[in-house]
Design a protein around this ligand. Structure first.
Ligand SMILES: [Zn+2]
Length: 388
């Protein structure tokens, strides 16, 4: 490895300038901000040194894809990439067919480095750009990235990286879904013995997400569209400082799709296999009253998981019933709701359903109230097995 102080002492005026700025820095913040560009220069020196060394190594030239003759070196040519530490330059051997076949020039070192022929930014910079773009607009992501790498990054570039990463991820997912459909199950994620002993919880719901009306343009009125989301997690008991035991979500995984229930089902099943649904000691499916989601449960998870109707959703239904039957402003309604909630929480829906049935038999009940009660009764009755 090259000696860093040698490389600093090079008669490079820009490096001298950086060293002067460090000398003049007074606060710690100024000092670190002054050292940062120098750190980038040093990092570039190291990377370029390593690349120059590798470029000297002998090459086994591949055959020409057209005629099969071994390619031959045409000498060294320069290559440049923008990286997280700024522009990186290196010279490496490029080869062509000795018979003059019309093929693009080949650079074996670039291939070994995983650099594509027309790539202008290196992978780690694109990765950081994509990660930032998850949370902030493209223009902001580009600005933050520019601060970090000391160069200019265009919002358009970040957009293109995100597109490329997205297509790559989608292709990868499609391959995995196709494999599962043909009976090739994915390798489960490695878990410690303690993690593997925890119950696995699955749940799904539809949520509204803002979309741009035109892809690639930040203008126009937001279009809200429903995406289907599934969550998978291990349930881990945790003792708080006051000694209360609460349940924490552990090893949380999320799947989401802009599409129908079937699209969600395939993705959720794939992730459930990865999260060890076949070996978990206990599996719980948690969902609100939406029929599509319970059909998904029946179609795919019923053999592995215990279905549980989301308590808060059930309680919300109960309140509708109480308000229709006993008038929502009365203490009687609140008292009954409190009692019924407690019964449901402890897995005893029978008394609650019996009360609702009695209420339906009350004479003189307004039609709208009767209709509400009937709906509430039907929804709880449908999920009798899921109130446990
Ligand atoms: Zn050839």
């Amino acid at each position: 490895m090259l000696c860093l102080s040698d490389s600093i002492r090079h008669d490079d005026p820009s490096v001298q300038q950086l060293l002067n700025t460090i000398e003049k820095a007074q606060t710690l913040t100024q000092l670190i901000l002054a050292v940062w560009p120098l750190a980038r220069v040093l990092a570039r020196h190291i990377v370029e040194y390593v690349l120059a060394e590798r470029a000297q190594r002998p090459i086994a030239w591949p055959p020409c894809p057209t005629c099969g003759t071994s390619l031959r070196s045409k000498g060294f040519a320069q290559r440049q990439l923008t990286s997280l530490v700024g522009p990186i330059r290196w010279r490496r051997r490029v080869g062509r067919c000795p018979h003059g076949c019309d093929i693009p020039q080949v650079a074996p070192l670039d291939e070994a480095l995983g650099v594509q022929p027309h790539q202008r930014t290196s992978g780690e910079l694109q990765c950081l750009g994509c990660a930032l773009a998850v949370f902030v607009p493209f223009a902001t992501a580009a600005r933050l990235l520019g601060w970090y790498c000391g160069g200019v990054v265009s919002p358009r570039a970040v957009w293109c990286w995100v597109q490329a990463a997205g297509y790559q991820a989608m292709e990868h997912l499609q391959e995995e879904l196709a494999a599962v459909a043909q009976g090739h199950e994915p390798t489960p994620e490695p878990l410690t013995a303690a993690q593997a002993a925890l119950p696995l919880a699955l749940g799904a719901d539809g949520v509204m997400v803002p979309f741009r009306p035109d892809a690639g343009a930040p203008r126009g009125k937001i279009r809200w569209r429903e995406i289907k989301v599934g969550v998978l997690a291990r349930l881990r008991p945790h003792r708080t400082r006051t000694g209360t035991v609460v349940t924490q979500l552990h090893q949380r995984r999320v799947v989401a799709v802009l599409g129908g229930i079937e699209a969600l089902q395939a993705r959720l099943w794939l992730e459930a296999l990865r999260q060890g649904i076949r070996s978990a000691p206990q599996v719980v499916w948690l969902s609100d009253g939406a029929r599509g989601l319970w059909r998904l449960f029946d179609a795919r998870f019923v053999d592995y998981a215990r279905g549980i109707l989301d308590f808060y959703h059930a309680v919300q239904q109960l309140w509708k019933g109480a308000a229709a039957w006993l008038d929502g402003r009365t203490t009687q309604a609140r008292r009954w709701w409190g009692w019924a909630r407690h019964r449901l929480r402890h897995g005893h829906p029978d008394g609650v359903l019996a009360d609702l049935a009695d209420a339906l038999a009350v004479e003189g009940l307004p039609d709208t109230a009767r209709e509400t009660l009937r709906t509430v009764y039907a929804s709880l009755d449908r999920h009798r097995a899921h109130i446990d």
